[in-house]
Ligand binder design. Sequence first.
Ligand SMILES: [Zn+2]
Length: 287
Amino acid sequence: MCGHNTTLARRVRAHHLCTVFAPILLDAHNPSPMTRSGNNTYLIASDDGTAVLVDAGVGHPQHLSAIDAQLSATGCRLDHVLVTHGHADHAAGAAAIAANHPSAIFAKHPCPEEDARYDVAWRAISDGQSISIGEDALTVLHTPGHSPDHVALWHQATATIFTGDLVILGGSVMIHWTRGGDLAQYLASLERLLTLQPRVLLPAHGPRIDDPTAVLNGYLEHRRMRERQVMDALRAGHRTVQAIAESIYDGLEPALLPAARENVRAHLEKLKRDGAAFEAVGSWTLS
Ligand SMILES: [Zn+2]
């Protein structure tokens, strides 16, 4: 009787261990002023012997060997590589990973001009789609704004979201207006994450976020503050993107100024679309 109970306990414990959702953080080894310490990618191994990688990094040899080492350690083969969006620090490693794992499926939300830069056969994913990982699944959330093709991946059972470039703890996300970034869409995407009441956010840059509601609300407030600053700069007579960026981002590293200009441009485009706020300061030609 006792022996039977022990066996049962062991089986329950083993079953529990197999079903724990434990994404493995793999550093993409690409530090730079734009990527900070570099990109996070996440390997999710399942007990049916398949694994999913979230984001492809840039193909750095140390990243490629870390992927292989974790696949060996978990006894899994790489089944899917889900790319949050087509920016190079998330997608450029796809071809190198495909060369090592020819049966893996590479999937992202379509964006023809970005996707053509990477030599893999992308499979299109869309909002609401479910992607299985063994008995588990991730749901695709189309979350445009940072880029038109941006997706986040939602693991409902643990209330975890892989957030790509939507949030960076202690930092601000760049809205690349000239590459399809859209501030209004970005804010709507943050609001959408909030409504899911997540417990954990796993971003593509920086540490994991264990208080998502506070961080997401902080992000929304930060953008409202930036919008007020842009309005103040307009009222002060600044009429070019460069002049507004310099007045707001005082003392910014020169390497980050182009990104600051992109953010200002994104705010101006939103104000222009909002209409009323823009009319308050008159019209001008953006330059
Ligand atoms: Zn990005």
